[in-house]
Write a protein of this length. Structure first.
Length: 174
């Protein structure tokens, strides 16, 4: 990779993860590498070519899967047991792992828009930008974080899904 490919001339910044293959997930700005969820992948992101059309970029051994539709980054699914990337929260590195508890997520993100309880498993649903961005934290054992999903127009953006999950709060979110 040449030096020029590390620079995003349209965004005037250096993407330090551009050539490393190490995924940088910004849970506050809703970005994967230099690409915001819901936007066309930035050419400097190592996954951009794979997602330039409808597709999936999966690195199971590194604990993540990215999906695109109409050449737009739609979602990121992270399996914390295998994840080798970096999380940012409010521009700070945050060491989220399988040891992260529900209480820690509540401290970092506040109360979720909705909480789903199902056979001991818990999912916190956070809705942003009027419900067009959804961040999910899944606790398979009811206590410890196992999976993180960040997506455009998430599960709860669909009225039928809100009904299935028993959501009683107004939509769209504020």
């Amino acid at each position: 990779m040449g030096l020029q490919s590390s620079f995003d001339t349209n965004r005037d910044h250096l993407n330090t993860g551009a050539g490393t293959g190490k995924l940088i997930v910004d849970l506050s700005a809703f970005k994967i590498g230099g690409t915001p969820i819901g936007k066309e992948p930035w050419d400097g992101d190592f996954f951009a070519i794979s997602l330039s059309q409808d597709g999936v970029f999966e690195q199971e051994s590194a604990g993540y899967e990215l999906t695109s539709n109409d050449a737009v980054l739609k979602s990121t699914f992270i399996t914390l047991e295998n994840f080798q990337g970096i999380f940012l929260i409010q521009d700070q590195v945050s060491p989220l792992s399988t040891q992260t508890t529900k209480e820690k997520i509540l401290t970092l993100f506040g109360a979720p828009y909705w909480t789903d309880l199902d056979d001991g498993e818990i999912i916190f649903f956070y809705e942003y930008q009027g419900g067009s961005i959804e961040l999910q934290f899944e606790f398979p054992d009811g206590q410890h974080l196992g999976f993180i999903t960040l997506m455009q127009n998430g599960v709860l953006s669909d009225a039928e899904q809100r009904k299935i999950y028993g959501v009683t709060k107004p939509w769209p979110t504020e």
